[in-house]
Ligand binder design. Structure first.
Ligand code: SAJ
Length: 400
């Protein structure tokens, strides 16, 4: 069995590595020659705990070989990004490009799987493309959708242990894909059709987005009502059937803040809650930025000088170094643009250097700042002592 993974990013590379570690001959493909070169040198181009050693191992045994164009294999996996275009319309052009690249290599009995988060109907659309270019393969290859569900930072464990949903365009395709994943997944493999599997992925992330929006909405209400939202949620969660998530400074990352739009753009009339949740979570970041700006104005009026402001944590969630699509980074940038020469210290303990932000040590920033804004709940911040001599804007519950 030889498998080709199209895309060696945050999901494709770990999956290729785990497959190679489990006796599958793997061809990892990426359009970026630097990624291919690094991978073949056993160097990880993404950050994921424990993965570096595994990569070295599968490269040294020859189980994983990276190339910029695919080799002939028995199974092909599309693991490429699906961002959105203007107007929040999903952009499946990378999936289509990867599909067209493997198309000439497909032969009878092969398996073709999409893992990329995709709008409903993408697997069928790709099947149509395959069959229109290679009509002789109709009914002779297996086509399925199988979304990934791993949490960045815990990928090695979750890739193997999480249950997965697998939906083929017909039952034979589902069974063929199940047999492939059973080689390295220990979680249960649940059978469905392609459209349900596509919607399942979108549903998981939309569900989390809606739940976070509920927590963020509570934080806005509590701010006006003079109630500590953290205490409120902790108390409400004592109810056996209530489980409210935590408010923050917005929702970031490349999945939860993106995938709901794949539903709302296709079903705008029916997806009212999902659309509103997106709006609330986006609005929360602007609300936080405004709070900081107002605190700075108040400080200046009262003290007749500009404040020193510490922006604590700019990663998109706690204890990671990933700044992409980060609401905290957005807030820090927005405040800096409007700061009127006030001194803004940007803190991110998980990043040593940044090409835009001049980063300050978190202890030092906490010591010298007049206004301290907690944006991301990184663990080290929790050991700081609450200071009465500072204005503290705690958007992520450090001193809950
Ligand atoms: N967040 C809150 N409050 C919370 C939980 C999260 O504000 O109570 C914020 C985080 O700070 C962050 C954003 O939400 O800005 C997203 O973080 P996350 O940890 O909820 O999720 P991701 O984006 O790292 O990973 C998600 C996961 N999906 C679900 O939990 C349903 C993961 O399993 C998926 O594989 C991943 O998306 C993906 O690739 O789709």
């Amino acid at each position: 069995m030889k498998a080709c993974f199209m895309g060696l990013g945050y999901i494709g590379l770990p999956t290729a590595i785990i497959a190679a570690k489990n006796g599958i001959e793997v061809n990892g493909v990426d359009v970026n020659p630097i990624v291919v070169e690094k991978t073949n040198a056993g160097e990880l181009h993404i950050i994921e705990p424990g993965l570096g050693e595994l990569l070295k191992e599968v490269v040294s045994t020859g189980a994983l070989v990276a190339t910029t164009t695919p080799e002939e294999c028995d199974a092909y996996f599309m693991v490429v990004p699906t961002p959105f275009k203007g107007n929040h319309q999903p952009d499946t052009s990378f999936v289509e490009a990867a599909t067209r690249t493997v198309l000439p290599l497909l032969k009878e009995g092969d398996l073709y799987v999409i893992e990329s988060t995709s709008p409903i109907g993408t697997t069928e659309a790709m099947a149509d493309i395959i069959y229109s270019e290679r009509p002789e393969l109709k009914g002779k290859i297996y086509i399925a959708y199988c979304p990934e569900r791993v949490l960045p930072g815990n990928v090695i464990y979750e890739l193997v242990q999480n249950d997965r949903v697998i939906g083929g365009i017909d039952e034979a395709s589902t069974e063929k894909a199940i047999a492939f994943y059973a080689q390295f997944v220990k979680g249960q493999l649940h059978r469905t059709n392609a459209r349900t599997a596509e919607m399942c992925k979108l549903t998981e992330n939309s569900s989390r987005d809606v739940q976070i929006a509920f927590a963020n909405e509570l934080s806005l209400i509590c701010d006006r009502a003079g109630i500590n939202v953290w205490e409120l949620i902790a108390l409400a969660n004592k109810h056996p059937r209530v489980n409210i998530l935590q408010p923050g400074c917005g929702v970031g990352g490349h999945c939860i803040a993106v995938d709901p739009y794949f539903i709302t753009s296709a079903y705008p009339e029916e997806s009212q809650i999902i659309a509103t949740a997106r709006e609330i979570n986006n609005y929360k970041a602007d609300w936080c930025a405004e709070k900081v700006e107002n605190a700075m104005l108040k400080f200046e009026l009262e003290n007749h000088r500009k404040p020193v402001v510490a922006m604590m944590g700019i990663a998109f969630k706690p204890d990671i170094d990933d700044l992409r699509e980060s609401p905290a980074k957005y807030i820090a940038t927005k405040v800096m643009q409007k700061c009127n020469n006030a001194s803004i210290l940007v803190v991110e303990p998980n990043v040593s250097e940044h090409n835009v932000f001049n980063l300050t040590d978190y202890n030092e920033a906490y010591e010298i700042a007049d206004i301290v804004v907690f944006l991301t709940a990184h663990t080290p911040f929790k050991s700081l002592e609450k200071r009465e001599d500072k204005v503290i804007l705690d958007f992520c519950g450090i001193f809950r």
